[in-house]
Design a binder for this molecule. Structure first.
Ligand code: AMP
Ligand code: TRP
Length: 334
């Protein structure tokens, strides 16, 4: 394989509910940044979403909504490849091939599987093999970099192990991908409990900011966000986890450093800080929502996804053909 000048970047987001400010800060902001310098592939991972039951009409709507949010967040479909995972059939095929390379033990150790299956009477087999499909998503494009939030680190490690295992058994083929995780903001925490990550699946809607929440709802959620009983706006995750989380959100939305945020509120207490924080979040989300509404109304997303899938499939199909040949499958062409 020739030396590529640009790095290849791939990431995915599940269409399994409302996207949150956590998805935006932890993942999408990095997607937008990387598209200017690297060759990017961003997909809506619907095959992953069905590892927990989804209502068909809701899945279809959410898939289109997440794709439109990618564009609304600033991903330029002329710079980056935007597509839906199930539109590129090779993902499911390589996913199966990788399932046969993974061991039960390593899948059982995945914390996302442990969290999602805890306390359930019946756990779907798809949830268990979820990481092998994710490895296929990444390796099928021979991606160098994978921008994700902190919670996906372990899945990336498994992806690297599977790539190495394949290379050892069947000859050097896959690039070993690196995670791309920001230092601040890789783990945006819940507004009501700084011990939990902000998540769209939290039953308390006050715990997360959805990208499609109305501005006044956002203001209310931030004013009610839990804080400690002190008054110092200081970034200290160990002792002041709630305020540190809010400072990190502030820094991302206002495009400021953590230190600059601290010094702006020196001696002012939490009131003015929270008020300004809400306005900074709204100033990011309001234009995003306007673009989102335009995109949904225009219907242009279908064209974007069709082109994206065609371009992605050209690469993905070649990888699967190479992999099958190396693994010893008889070619249908003889
Ligand atoms: P998911 O919604 O689980 O498909 O996650 C999509 C992307 O958003 C992944 O890269 C996650 O790591 C990232 N993400 C989700 N929630 C958060 C959060 N609270 N903080 C930072 N990143 C997050
Ligand atoms: N597992 C990821 C999540 O829940 C989503 C995902 C699927 C993904 N395939 C991927 C992320 C490939 C990065 C690369 O967030």
């Amino acid at each position: 394989m020739g030396q590529r000048l640009m790095k290849r970047v791939l990431s995915g987001i599940q269409p399994s509910g409302q996207l949150t400010l956590g998805n935006y800060i932890g993942a999408m902001q990095n997607f937008v940044k990387l598209q200017h310098t690297e060759e990017c592939f961003f997909m809506v991972v619907d095959l992953h979403a069905i590892t927990v039951p989804q209502e068909p009409a809701a899945l279809r709507e959410q898939t289109e909504a997440v794709a439109a949010l990618f564009i609304a967040a600033g991903i330029d479909p002329l710079k980056a490849n935007v597509f839906v995972q199930s539109h590129v059939r090779a993902h499911a095929e390589l996913g199966w091939l990788f399932t046969t390379l993974a061991n039960m033990g390593e899948l059982e150790r995945m914390t996302q599987f442990k969290d999602k299956s805890a306390g359930k009477d019946s756990v779907g087999a798809g949830l268990f093999v979820y990481p092998t499909l994710m490895a296929a998503d990444i390796l099928i494009y021979n991606a160098d970099l994978v921008p994700v939030g902190d919670d996906q680190k372990q899945h990336l490690e498994l992806t690297r192990d599977l790539a190495q295992r394949f290379n050892t058994r069947f000859g050097q083929y896959f690039t070993i991908p690196e995670p791309y995780i920001a230092k601040v903001g890789a783990r945006v925490m819940s507004l009501d409990d700084a011990g939990k990550k902000m998540s769209k699946s939290n039953p308390n809607a006050g715990s997360f900011i959805a990208l499609l929440d109305a501005p006044d709802v956002i203001r209310k959620k931030i004013s009610r966000a839990t804080t400690d009983s002190g008054r110092e706006v200081k970034y200290d995750p160990a002792n002041k986890p709630e305020i540190s989380n809010l400072i990190s959100i502030y820094a991302h939305c206002a495009n400021m450093t953590v230190e600059a945020v601290e010094s702006r509120y020196d001696g002012q207490g939490y009131g003015p800080f929270k008020k300004d924080l809400a306005e900074h979040v709204v100033s990011v989300i309001e234009p995003l929502q306007a673009r989102y509404n335009d995109i949904r109304q225009s219907g242009e997303i279908h064209q974007i996804l069709k082109r994206g899938a065609e371009q992605a499939a050209a690469i993905a199909d070649r990888t699967v053909a190479d992999v099958k040949e190396r693994m010893g499958f008889l070619s249908p062409r003889g």
